[in-house]
Design a protein around this ligand. Structure first.
Ligand SMILES: Cc1cc2nc3c(=O)[nH]c(=O)nc-3n(C[C@H](O)[C@H](O)[C@H](O)COP(=O)(O)OP(=O)(O)OC[C@H]3O[C@@H](n4cnc5c(N)ncnc54)[C@H](O)[C@@H]3O)c2cc1C
Length: 456
C-alpha cells in the first residue's frame, strides 16, 4: 500500500481536515502567541483517537513536519509549523470524573477551565495552571505548576496514566504498570514521545478556596521578597502563593489613582478549611501595608480564571525562565532593578514556589529533574502591539540576564522561549540520557520534534 494521501486522510477522519484553501484556514492556523505566524499545509481537528492515528500516519508517511496542539499556549509556538501537519485536539475536551476513586480522565484538548469546571461539582481538583485557557496537555507533560503544587505536587505527579499514539501510529497506555519507561518520560519530557489523547489524574478534595491578592508599594520589593523567601519555607502546604510584579489594572478593589502604576504583589490561594482562610491570609499583611487588597472565598475554578481577562489570545509573547534553590540577596537586588520596569499591564514576573509535595519526589522518579529547586521564576513578556516587540523583549532579556548568576543552569521547559532550545539538556540534568534512550525506542525518527526537542 502507498502512502496515505490527503484524500485518504479526509476519508478516514471524523473530525475536520482544514487545508490552505478552506475558509476556516486563517482562523485555524492561529496559535495563542500572535508573534507566531506559520502556515501549515493541513490542520486536522481530530474528533477521536482514530483521527490522531491517521494524522500521525499521514505526517510520517509523507515526511512532513508534525505539530501537536493541545491548548495552544506554547510561547515558542510549537503547536504549529510551516508547510507541515497540525494535529489540533481542540475538539477532544471531554472529562469524566470517577468520584469513588477520586480520579478524572480528560481528553488531550482540554483546557484547565474545562477540567476544573468538570471536577468542581464533585468537590475535587488537582494541580493545574493559574490560567483557565492553558491546555492540560502541554502543561502536564512539561511539569505543571499552580496554586496546589505545594500541597499535591506538580500536575505530572498527579498523572496516573496516559493514552498515547506513538510515532508509528500505534495506541498504547502508559502507567506505572504498562510501558513504564514511556510513562516516566512523559512526566516532564513534553511532547517528545507521542500524542497523549487522554490523561488520567489523581484528584483531591478541594472545592471552594480563599483567594488573596495584595498590592504593595513598589519601594517595598526588598521587604516583600525577603518575607516571601522565609515564609514559604514553613507555610502550610494548603497555601499556594507567589510574588508578582504587576501594573495595577482597573479593578474595583484598586483605588483609581493607583491604576496604571507598577506594584509588587502577592497572589495567594488557601485550599484548606474555608473558615481558616481569612486567618491564613493575614500573614500577607506582615511584609508591608498593602495599597490594595482583596480577600474572598470563591470556587477553585474561579481563581484559575481570575487573570484570564488580562491575557486574551492574540497578545505578543516572549518569556524566559529559571530555577533557583535560594532566593538570594543578589536575586532580590536584580528584582528590585528590573521588576518595577514591567512595561505593560499584561506583562509580569512570577516566582512560583515548588517546595513542599513537589520537592518530596525523587529527582529520578519522573523525568522532571529539578526537585531540588525551591523556586521556578518566569519573566513573562506579554503585550498587544507588535510595534513594541523590541522594547518588551529587551525587558525580558535584560531581567533574565541579571537573574542568571543567581539561578540554576536549567529552567522550567514550559516557560522557555523559542531561542532556549540550547538549554534542553540542562533542563533534564542527569535524566537526559535516559530520555534519549526512551526517545530512540518510541520515536527514533524524531517525528515529534516541534517541542523542546530531545534528539534521539
Ligand atoms: C498565559 C499562560 C499561562 C501559563 N500559566 C502556567 C501555569 O500557571 N503553570 C504552568 O506550569 N505553566 C503555565 N504556562 C506554560 C504552559 O504550561 C505551557 O505553555 C504549555 O506548553 C501549554 O500547553 P498547551 O497544551 O496549552 O500548549 P500547546 O501549544 O498546545 O502545546 C505545548 C507543547 O505540548 C505539546 N503537546 C500539546 N498537546 C499535546 C498532546 N496531547 N500530546 C503530546 N504533546 C502535546 C505540543 O506539541 C507543544 O510542544 C502558561 C502559559 C501561558 C501562555
Amino acid at each position: 500500500m502507498g502512502n496515505l494521501t490527503i484524500d485518504m486522510l479526509r476519508e478516514r477522519a471524523h473530525g475536520q481536515v482544514i487545508m490552505t484553501t478552506d475558509a476556516e484556514y486563517d482562523e485555524a492556523r492561529k496559535v495563542y502567541n500572535a508573534m507566531i505566524d506559520k502556515r501549515p499545509s493541513v490542520i486536522i481537528r481530530t474528533a477521536d483517537v482514530t483521527d490522531v492515528m491517521a494524522g500521525v500516519d499521514y505526517a510520517r508517511e509523507n515526511g512532513l513536519d508534525l505539530s501537536i496542539r493541545g491548548g495552544s499556549h506554547s510561547v515558542p509556538g510549537f503547536g504549529t509549523c510551516d508547510g507541515g501537519v497540525v494535529i489540533d485536539l481542540v475538539r477532544m475536551n471531554g472529562v469524566r470524573v470517577d468520584p469513588k476513586r477520586q480520579t478524572a480522565r480528560a481528553e488531550g484538548g482540554c483546557t484547565w477551565a474545562d477540567f476544573n469546571h468538570a471536577t468542581y461539582a464533585f468537590g475535587l481538583a488537582t494541580t493545574g495552571g493559574i490560567i483557565g485557557s492553558t491546555g492540560i496537555a502541554g502543561l502536564t507533560l512539561g511539569g505543571g505548576i499552580g496554586y496546589l503544587t505545594r500541597g499535591f505536587g506538580l500536575s505530572l505527579d498527579n498523572l496516573l496514566s496516559a493514552d498515547v499514539v506513538t510515532a508509528d501510529g500505534r495506541f498504547v497506555v502508559a502507567s506505572e504498570k504498562e510501558n513504564e519507561d514511556l510513562f516516566w518520560a512523559l512526566r516532564g519530557g513534553g511532547g517528545n514521545f507521542g500524542v497523549v489523547t487522554s490523561f488520567e489524574y489523581q484528584l483531591h478534595p478541594v472545592k471552594d478556596i480563599v483567594a488573596g491578592i495584595f498590592f504593595y508599594p513598589i519601594d517595598k520589593v526588598r521587604e516583600v521578597l525577603s518575607f516571601y523567601r522565609e515564609f514559604v519555607k514553613n507555610a502550610p502546604e494548603q497555601l499556594g502563593f507567589f510574588p508578582a510584579f504587576q501594573i495595577a489594572p482597573p479593578l474595583p478593589f484598586i483605588p483609581e489613582k493607583e491604576v496604571g502604576k507598577p506594584f509588587i504583589a502577592i497572589v495567594a490561594c488557601w485550599a484548606g478549611a474555608l473558615d481558616k482562610g481569612e486567618k491564613e491570609m493575614a500573614s500577607f499583611r506582615k511584609p508591608a501595608p498593602a495599597v490594595a487588597e482583596m480577600v474572598a472565598p470563591m470556587p477553585y475554578y474561579a481563581i484559575n480564571g481570575l487573570f484570564d481577562p488580562l491575557l486574551p489570545p492574540g497578545l505578543q509573547h516572549y518569556w524566559k525562565a529559571s530555577f533557583a534553590t535560594e532566593l538570594t540577596d543578589g536575586a532580590i537586588a536584580a528584582h528590585m532593578e528590573f521588576g518595577p520596569k514591567v512595561p505593560v499591564v499584561n506583562s509580569t514576573m512570577h516566582i512560583y514556589p515548588i517546595n513542599g509535595a513537589a520537592s518530596r519526589v525523587a529527582s529520578d522518579a519522573t523525568s522532571f529533574a529539578y526537585r531540588d529547586a525551591n523556586f521556578a521564576t518566569v519573566i513573562a513578556g506579554m503585550w498587544p502591539d507588535p510595534a513594541d516587540n523590541e522594547k518588551n523583549t529587551k525587558w525580558v532579556k535584560d531581567y533574565y540576564k541579571a537573574l542568571e548568576p543567581h539561578s540554576l543552569a536549567g529552567g522550567y521547559v514550559n516557560f522557555m522561549a523559542g531561542d532556549d532550545d540550547g538549554r534542553v539538556k540542562e533542563n533534564y540534568k542527569e535524566n537526559y540520557s535516559r530520555l534519549v534512550s526512551i526517545k530512540r525506542k518510541y520515536d527514533p525518527g524524531n517525528l515529534f520534534h516541534m517541542n523542546q526537542n530531545i534528539q534521539p
